[in-house]
Write a protein that binds this ligand. Sequence first.
Ligand SMILES: [Mg+2]
Length: 118
Amino acid sequence: MKKILVVDDEESIRFLYKEELEEEGYLVECAKNGQEALEKLTVFKPDLVSLDIKMPVMDGIEALKRIREKERHLPVILCSAYGEYKQDLTTWASDAYVVKCADLTNFKSIIRKLLDLS
Ligand SMILES: [Mg+2]
């Protein structure tokens, strides 16, 4: 069973993503900021990380840099609400960039591709 770490400071998003991804058959763990994500990375050992950008304590851009130092090949999807980071150079280090929306169809198909399950 593939494991996904969902990182977002909003509880409702964590809840929605966890529920939808578990329905798809993934094992899901959540973290509420970048710091917590890095801690869970070593314990949970996810196959893919979904990473929110705007978060307190440690944001997604900083978390992405640190994840890359530890796990160079771990697929990371950056998520943000408005698409404001789409042109930002630092987001290039992620494997995909998704603008958050209630319909997770696109998000799920990107996950399947990155995990090579499509
Ligand atoms: Mg956020």
